[in-house]
Design a protein around this ligand. Structure first.
Ligand SMILES: [Cu+2]
Length: 118
């Protein structure tokens, strides 16, 4: 093999390897599911959809559509919002399966539950 041929062969091999890597990246990107999302609206002293079932990895966003402030607080300390004024939002991503009961710390009779299952 001449020196220039060896360099050419190396370049070709590098390009093929690079191509395979890009294909692999494309395959991984394609396989990754789109981030899931769910929403809970707060209104009239209630969580409008009190029980929401989602898959692991889902981001749930609570929106306070009520005229008065509310909070979203996990019964088990998993998540806790600040005080949400009208129009404010709070989001939490549920990575693991389980049942996550929550309430409003300002009005503890307001309760809800996020059920996370694969
Ligand atoms: Cu409240």
């Amino acid at each position: 093999m001449t020196r220039s041929f060896r360099i050419l062969a190396f370049q070709a091999a590098a390009m093929i390897a690079c191509g395979f890597m890009m294909l692999t990246v494309a395959a991984i990107t394609k396989a990754a599911p789109a981030p899931a999302a769910a929403a809970v609206t707060i209104g009239n002293f209630t969580f409008k959809n009190p029980v929401v079932t989602v898959k692991p990895g889902t981001t749930v966003t609570w929106t306070n559509a009520d005229d008065i402030p509310h909070t979203v607080v996990s019964k088990d300390g998993v998540f806790k919002s600040r005080v949400l004024d009208t129009g404010d939002k709070f989001s939490f991503t549920f990575a693991k399966a389980g049942q996550f009961g929550y309430f409003c710390s300002l009005h503890p009779h307001m309760t809800g539950m996020i059920v996370v299952k694969a």
